[in-house]
Design a protein. Structure first.
Lengths: 280, 483
């Protein structure tokens, strides 16, 4: 048995529910902590980003229309699928980052639990932020949070799986669709998580995952006129000003986060106020 | 003379005796009026009469105002309990109510809007904003931002000329309630009610420096936006300037809220109550001369009722009384400035040249001042500039649709997302349409309604954040998880 040659996986992008290679044909080398070659993931291009935005925009209406109950169940399904493949994710995290098995196991456990936590917010977030406004007149007037649209996110380098979950789950639980740029140095968890997504009833285009260079892709995200918001938590603070400057062209909502909390969901939701007269 | 049977309204002019306008104003800094160095005239746009000379704030003035605001923040306002802060806001609300007629007359003289609107809308709503936010001052820990929400510090606030006093109230009331001090700049053409508000602050014995008012033009605004001593920027105005501000603050830690432009769709479905809809269309676009960021400037009309609605709309428009803003019968006042009038003329000329059909209500416009008759364009397509750009005047672009989905798609085909109107007598259709429309404020079977308890603000290029309600208050507090 020990003579068996491994069947290694080609790591590709995840766009519109499919696993395409980058149209640019570019890849980069990922090595483990000891400098040994592991994989050649895609170096996503501007065209790949554009394709992902088209997919995300097309999927947004349907995803937003899904009931909160349905969205919650689909996020929970992601947790179920991740739980079932724990061993693979632990192996990949250990291989790429060189952390202990115990530490990798904790990250996967936290990731599953975090998904479950976000899943539960789907039908509760509006009671946290919505309001019936007591206006001084005969009008029924309410404010509710609703999806912002297409959001892009830069996942942090580490933790590569938990950071990815925090990048995509709060965005989609609010009814948005997302394009996430995975950890550059440790992209394997993200690309394997795409397999979890593909088997979890998440409609095609709702989550799209790219791999590549932050410095190259983030400015493209910031200046893209069909991206409504951008989470730059995974981008070094020195780059924030440049990205916010570029995003001003379409008044893009650009934030970075330190914690997982409901504010992270609400940041990429818009408050809508509706008025209607009351009377006979 | 023909046999036309008309019932003319006798003029019912409001008296201007109540207001005393000084020949020259300075800035209000550190609780005192201080002289300005350079001045520019402010005029009554209905008559072109020069009302007063307004000071143009430069760098030294802004430095002084920010310094006064910082001092008031650190020594007084941030140390005061919310309960006591709130009482100052209640006092301000009451004094504004007491002096409401004076504010209304002054607003109409300086802005050109009908006295009926300044008296019945602008001023009462402004007082209501202070009254509402006064009650928040000692309840901030319940505003949903954790148990210890903190003020930002010094807020720089830049407001437009369309609702001068009301926009001041939208900015100052939540800022003060949340514990910030402010440096506020009114618009170049409409400084007078802000300067009268400074007197209200004095009468309320508001601690010196909590509210500072500096007057000037865009260059003054830029000094505020770029001042390193300011922690929070709040701006209401054009999307163009909003983008400049967003770029300017990108390298800073300043918190920003922006209320920007709009090109609101007002959708009339075939099952709407037609007469009410026509009133709603008129209110939507001709309220405040159309100088409203959330004006219903694109009428999206279902084809089956288009002819009927258009006929009734023209009839109704012919009855709009255009003229002296000080006349209590006037519906449509003066355009706020010559510059704005030229912009309206330019964009409507583009409407003609791009092939849309213009119709203006027959009315006699006064010889002096800045005037534009209520106007509609039919045959407008989505590509026309008058369907895409904010005209900010009494000009309505009319498009038609066949299926409800087509109506929604046309309504959403804009980079703006501030407001939208829906007219239908079918409840499920109204709720469906209100879900589909990508805008922050949806008026169903009504239009242009505002209230301090009701969050107002836009999607997409119409801005960042909300004003009014708990959502608006939170823009003046730290405690949110994101930066």
């Amino acid at each position: 048995m020990s003579n068996r040659i491994d069947v290694k996986k080609t790591y590709k992008l995840f766009i519109n529910g499919a696993f395409p290679r980058t149209e640019s044909g570019r890849t980069y080398e990922v090595k483990n902590a000891k400098g040994i070659f592991i994989a050649n993931p895609c170096l996503a291009s501007r065209k790949d980003l554009k394709d992902a935005v088209v997919a995300a925009r097309a999927a947004q209406h349907g995803w937003n229309k899904a009931t909160a109950y349905n969205k919650g169940q689909i996020l929970y399904r992601l947790a179920e699928m991740l739980e079932g493949r724990r061993a693979q994710f632990v192996d990949e995290i250990v291989t790429v980052t060189g952390v202990t098995k115990a530490k990798a196991e904790k990250e996967v456990t936290d990731s599953v639990d975090r998904l479950v936590w976000y899943a539960g917010w789907s039908d509760k977030i509006s009671s946290l932020s919505g309001a019936l406004n007591p206006v001084a007149g005969p009008y029924y007037n309410f404010t509710i949070p609703e999806s912002m649209g297409v959001i892009a996110a830069i996942a942090p380098e580490v933790p590569s799986l938990l950071g990815l979950i925090d990048s995509l789950a709060p965005i989609i639980v609010g009814g948005n669709t997302v394009i996430v740029l995975a950890s550059t140095k440790a992209p394997l968890s993200a690309m394997s998580f795409a397999e979890v997504i593909a088997t979890s009833d998440v409609p095609a285009g709702v989550i799209n995952i790219l791999t590549g260079k932050k410095d190259e892709i983030t400015p493209w995200m910031a200046s893209h006129m069909d991206i409504d918001g951008l989470d730059i938590s995974g981008l070094g603070a020195k780059k924030h000003a440049e990205i916010k400057f570029a995003g001003a062209e379409n008044i893009k909502r650009i934030y970075s986060f330190k914690n997982a909390d409901p504010g992270r969901i609400l940041a990429f939701m818009e408050n809508k106020t509706v008025w209607h007269p009351i009377g006979l | 003379m023909g046999e036309k049977l008309t019932f003319e309204y006798a003029p019912a002019p409001e008296s201007r005796a109540l207001v005393s306008i000084k020949p020259k104003y300075g800035h209000f800094i550190g609780g005192k009026f201080v002289a300005g160095s350079k001045h520019f005239p402010t005029i009554n746009p209905a008559t072109e009469e020069v009302l007063s000379q307004i000071a143009l704030a430069g760098k030294n003035d802004i430095d002084a105002a920010v310094k006064a605001a910082r001092k008031a923040y650190t020594t007084t306002w941030s140390k005061m309990s919310g309960k006591e802060r709130g009482k100052y806001l209640f006092r301000i609300a009451r004094i504004m109510q007491e002096r409401s007629r004076e504010f209304a007359v002054l607003e109409t003289l300086d802005n050109g809007k009908p006295i009926r609107e300044s008296r019945d809308v602008d001023v009462p709503l402004a007082a209501a904003h202070f009254f509402y936010h006064a009650g928040w001052a000692d309840k901030l820990e319940y505003a949903g931002l954790g148990t210890t929400p903190k003020a930002h510090g010094v807020a720089g606030q830049i407001i437009p000329w369309n609702f001068p006093l009301l926009m001041l109230a939208w900015k100052v009331a939540p800022a003060l309630a949340a514990g910030n001090t402010v440096v506020l700049k009114p618009a170049e053409t409409t400084s007078l009610t802000a300067l009268l508000f400074a007197e209200v602050c004095q009468q309320a014995e508001l601690p010196a420096g909590v509210v500072n008012i500096v007057t000037g033009d865009g260059s003054t605004g830029a000094l505020i936006v770029n001042h390193p001593g300011i922690d929070k920027i709040a701006f209401t105005g054009s999307t163009e300037v909003g983008k400049i501000i967003a770029r300017a603050v990108a390298p800073t830690n300043k918190s920003v809220t922006l209320e920007l432009g709009g090109k609101a769709a007002n959708i009339i479905f075939e099952d709407a109550a037609i007469d009410e809809s026509v009133e709603g269309i008129v209110n939507g676009i001709f309220f405040n001369q159309g100088h409203v960021c959330c004006a219903g400037s694109r009428l999206i009309l279902q084809e089956s009722i288009a002819d009927e609605v258009l006929e009734k709309l023209k009839n109704r428009m012919a009855k709009i009384r255009v003229g002296d803003p000080m006349d209590k019968n006037t519906d449509l006042g003066a355009i706020n400035s010559k510059e704005q009038l030229l912009k309206i003329r330019e964009l409507t000329a583009v409407g003609d040249s791009e092939g849309a059909q213009r119709w203006s209500a027959p009315c006699d416009l006064p010889g002096k001042g800045f005037w534009f008759a209520p106007t509609i364009f039919t045959g407008v397509t989505q590509a026309h500039r008058i369907a895409r750009e904010e005209i900010f005047g009494p000009v309505l672009s009319i498009l038609t649709f066949r299926t409800p989905q087509e109506g929604i798609d046309k309504a959403n085909n804009t980079p703006f997302g501030l407001s939208a109107g829906i007219w239908s007598e079918k409840g499920s259709k109204i709720l469906w349409a209100s879900q589909q429309l990508r805008a922050g404020v949806i008026w169903a079977n009504t239009f242009n309604k505002f209230d301090p308890t009701s969050p107002f603000g836009g999607y997409k290029e119409s801005g960042w954040g909300r004003e009014g309600g708990r959502h608006g208050l939170s823009a003046y507090l730290k405690g949110v998880s994101h930066e």
